[in-house]
Design a protein around this ligand. Structure first.
Ligand SMILES: [Zn+2]
Length: 242
């Protein structure tokens, strides 16, 4: 085996692994793959035409990012974030994403801005067409595209992970029917970026994340020390002595 063969083999394997990860993330973004769904290695290998080793690597990487949960002797599952984990994700987004928007406003060139405008146009198209799955995916991806345009690969990795965990949290804890970012807010952020107004882009993003958080019920269920009596509105009676 020469060096070229080894190199080609590694590249193909890496590409397959990326493809599997990409498709799983896309399905999560579109809410087609719900939290808690089992991801069977054999089945994924069959579907993608790759070995179990490649599937296992893709799943291990997703597990590292908290998107897949690996249970000993039981296999891999799509993560189901708890309310506390969902709160942590929202808190992280509230800190990181205004910085990403600000960095995009500072460092975005003409191509980056065109890309953002194209993305907004796509969001509007699918919104008009009422293609809900595509809208949910695109509004989620907007946040990753912003990190790409900001030109910071660490932001891109972080946002990909946060966005996937957000999608899963929204599926579990959304208050209403709306399961995508509020309309028009992405457009306003891109306008601020286009003007090079970093402060305004950050402010708008902060507000946007607050709206996303307000659409979710991630508070812990209220403790009811009084128990069943309080819930049923009756006063507990003492048991008569035997
Ligand atoms: Zn958004």
């Amino acid at each position: 085996m020469n060096v070229q063969t080894i190199h080609t083999g590694e590249t193909t394997r890496g590409q397959s692994e990326r493809r599997i990860r990409g498709r799983i993330l896309e399905a999560i973004f579109e809410r087609r793959l719900p939290p808690g769904e089992k991801l069977t290695e054999d089945r994924l290998g069959e579907l993608f035409g790759v070995s179990r080793t490649v599937v296992r690597q893709a799943l291990a990487r997703l597990a590292q990012d908290g998107i897949v949960e690996q249970r000993p002797n039981r296999g891999a599952y799509v993560a189901a974030p708890s309310r506390a984990e969902a709160r942590h994700v929202l808190a992280a987004r509230a800190v990181v994403e205004p910085e990403v928007a600000s960095a995009a406003a500072c460092g975005c060139d003409r191509h980056g801005l065109e890309r953002l405008h194209r993305h907004i146009a796509q969001e509007n198209e699918v919104r008009v067409a009422e293609d809900r799955a595509a809208l949910v995916r695109l509004t989620g991806e907007f946040h990753v595209v912003l990190a790409e345009v900001a030109g910071n690969p660490v932001f891109v990795r972080l946002l990909t992970e946060l966005q996937a965990l957000s999608s899963l949290s929204i599926l579990l804890y959304a208050r209403g029917e709306r399961a995508a970012c509020p309309p028009d807010e992405h457009g306003a952020i891109v306008d601020a970026i286009g003007r090079g107004d970093a402060e305004e882009a950050a402010r708008l993003m902060r507000t946007h994340i607050a709206h996303v958080a307000a659409d979710m019920d991630v508070s812990d269920p209220v403790e009811r020390p009084e128990g069943l009596a309080q819930v049923l509105g009756v006063t507990p009676r003492r048991r008569p002595p035997r």
